[in-house]
Ligand binder design. Structure first.
Ligand code: SAH
Length: 360
């Protein structure tokens, strides 16, 4: 039987996915000095090194050995769109197996934010979302999630103060890798981002919300609610067949009790579907007494998907009704409107064109 250290190292050969103790175990096993672990870990997570060649304070023999044993999984820029309106940058990153994912860099007055993908594709099937059109290709490793952030920092030369896991994929459908990613991202010996600067968005996998509440990682939890009654939610999101709004809200209450973190609800407004004054009042009643924030987003129309965005006056009226009930609510500022706002569209288009030319 394999020892525990061997099992953890066998977890993956992706260098960015390994914790500092795992690096120490690897070096101990190889008969190499322990302090090298801190050096390698610092290069990977503080400096965002893309190759062992950059690690100039390591002996060449060690760099060669590491490149063979524990390669750094590539996350390579394949395309970039820059918004002329607000400086938002959308990246298409290609991974070692040719799969591509999207990430977005946004500038806010409180700092720079990066939105990353947690899976290549998605199997949740939300009917307004471009990311789920081709289904799930695969989960991303923790290192590939980190790689998106490190590459954006490197490519833009800007510091990153917030990370949102709101790109392609359902993070709670890739739970173990997500937890490892969060531990690495918030490790003071690594990138060292505060958990409070990280938001994880889920379509509402209830058992995972309870599990996440026990992890001791005080992130902001965002729930894609999008409806104030189960019937409407089922029209929009297949996951609503599995979990009711009442079950989701009960899980959110527990999340708040355990972590003290206010929950965010995302509510994408679709004309004539979920944007009536009655829906707003029902939503206010649902979240009454829960410490939360509601983020309204006019649905971003996606080719081949149902649902049209609510008109601005309906959005404003919806917001006002919530405010009247003393609920914290904002209409999300639409960044990068000129560069395909809705996530998943760049990746989807790349897949389509690869398909058309028979590359796939
Ligand atoms: N799977 C996770 C995170 C990915 S999507 C989740 O469901 O939360 C990030 C957010 O964008 C979610 O709230 C999602 O419902 C929303 N979204 C996806 N496509 C959209 C579109 N076309 N218009 C508006 N919001 C959309």
């Amino acid at each position: 039987m394999k020892g525990k250290d061997e099992q953890t190292i066998a977890y993956g050969t992706d260098a960015r996915s390994l914790s500092l103790p795992e690096w120490e175990a690897y070096l101990a096993k190889a008969g190499l000095p322990r302090y090298r672990a801190g050096q390698i870990y610092g290069w990977l997570h503080k400096h965002g090194a893309e190759s062992y060649e950059e690690m100039t304070n390591l002996p060449a023999s060690l760099r060669e050995r590491l490149a063979g044993d524990l390669p750094i999984a590539p996350v390579t820029e394949a395309a970039r769109q820059v918004s002329a309106l607000d400086g938002t940058q959308k990246f298409l990153f290609e991974m070692g197996d040719g799969n591509a994912v999207e990430s977005v860099f946004m500038k806010y007055h409180h700092g720079n934010s990066v939105c990353i993908s947690s899976q290549a594709g998605c199997r949740m099937g939300c009917r307004f979302c471009a990311s789920t059109i081709g289904g799930l290709d695969r989960n991303l490793t923790p290192g590939e999630m980190l790689g998106q952030i490190y590459q954006i920092r490197r490519l833009t030369g800007e510091e990153i103060s917030n990370v949102v896991v709101m790109g392609t994929g359902e993070p709670f459908d890739n739970y173990d890798n997500l937890m490892r990613f969060l531990h690495l991202l918030t490790d003071p010996k690594g990138f060292g981002l505060s958990a409070r600067s990280v938001t994880v968005s889920t379509c509402g996998l209830v058992p995972r919300i309870y599990q996440f509440a026990e992890e001791g990682i005080p992130c902001t939890l965002a729930i894609s609610l999008h409806a104030s009654d189960d019937e409407t939610r089922r029209r929009m999101m297949p996951i609503a067949e599995k979990y009711s709004i009442a079950e989701i809200l009960a899980a959110c209450r527990t999340y708040f009790e355990k972590t003290g973190r206010r929950v965010t609800f995302e509510y994408s407004l679709a004309a004539g579907v979920n944007d009536s004054p009655e829906a707003a009042k029902a939503l206010a009643a649902l979240v009454k007494g829960l410490n939360c924030h509601i983020n309204l987003i006019p649905i971003n129309p996606v080719r081949g998907r149902e649902f049209a965005p609510s008109a601005r006056p309906s959005c404003e009226a919806f917001k006002l009704l919530l405010e009247k009930q003393a609920i914290h609510v904002t209409i999300r500022r639409e960044l990068g409107r000129d560069i395909d706002g809705a996530c998943g569209q760049l990746r989807h288009r790349q897949k389509l064109s690869a398909h058309e030319t028979g590359e796939e």
